[in-house]
Design a protein around this ligand. Structure first.
Ligand SMILES: [Zn+2]
Length: 151
């Protein structure tokens, strides 16, 4: 008795599936997103060992691996430290082009916060000061901050 693949070459085809899913953002992520949604506040947290302030907040320090328990409220303004302008529309992008992805060092934070800038792109450069603009309709999502605007 022979197996079929001994008589004929096995063919394969590549495919792609799209799988909707839901995942928990956990205690730290929930605290952060609920504060955005309900109070328009940007929360960070500070490592108990090396004192680094993270935003978005995290469970454990990415620098020294210390546990993080101290919550702090950050300002809604900061400085752009890096950016790139997106001009190619694609369904995966959060908003129609042109817009910019920017790393914003929020006042009081030690790490960059990645978000978007939609307007005034001609004035955008590293070092400009920006302010968070909150969405009118918030749902506990990173886009409860609609975008940052150049001050
Ligand atoms: Zn640390």
């Amino acid at each position: 008795m022979t197996n079929w693949f001994e008589d004929v070459a096995e063919l394969t085809h590549k495919g792609q599936i799209k799988v909707p899913y839901t995942w928990s953002v956990g205690e730290v992520g929930s605290r952060f997103l609920v504060a955005l949604r309900d109070q328009k506040r940007i929360l960070g947290n500070r490592c108990g060992q090396c004192r680094t302030v993270f935003v978005p907040p995290r469970n454990r320090c990415g620098k020294c691996f210390g546990e993080i328990h101290e919550w702090i409220e950050l300002g809604d303004e900061g400085i752009v430290t890096a950016h790139t302008i997106v001009r190619y529309n694609h369904p995966i992008q959060p908003t129609p082009t042109p817009f910019a992805y920017a790393i914003v060092k929020l006042d009081g934070a030690d790490v960059g916060f990645i978000h978007i800038i939609k307007e005034d792109l001609g004035r955008l450069k590293n070092g400009v000061r920006v302010k968070a603009r909150f969405s009118e309709s918030r749902r506990g999502h990173i886009l409860d901050i609609d975008s940052f605007t150049i001050i």
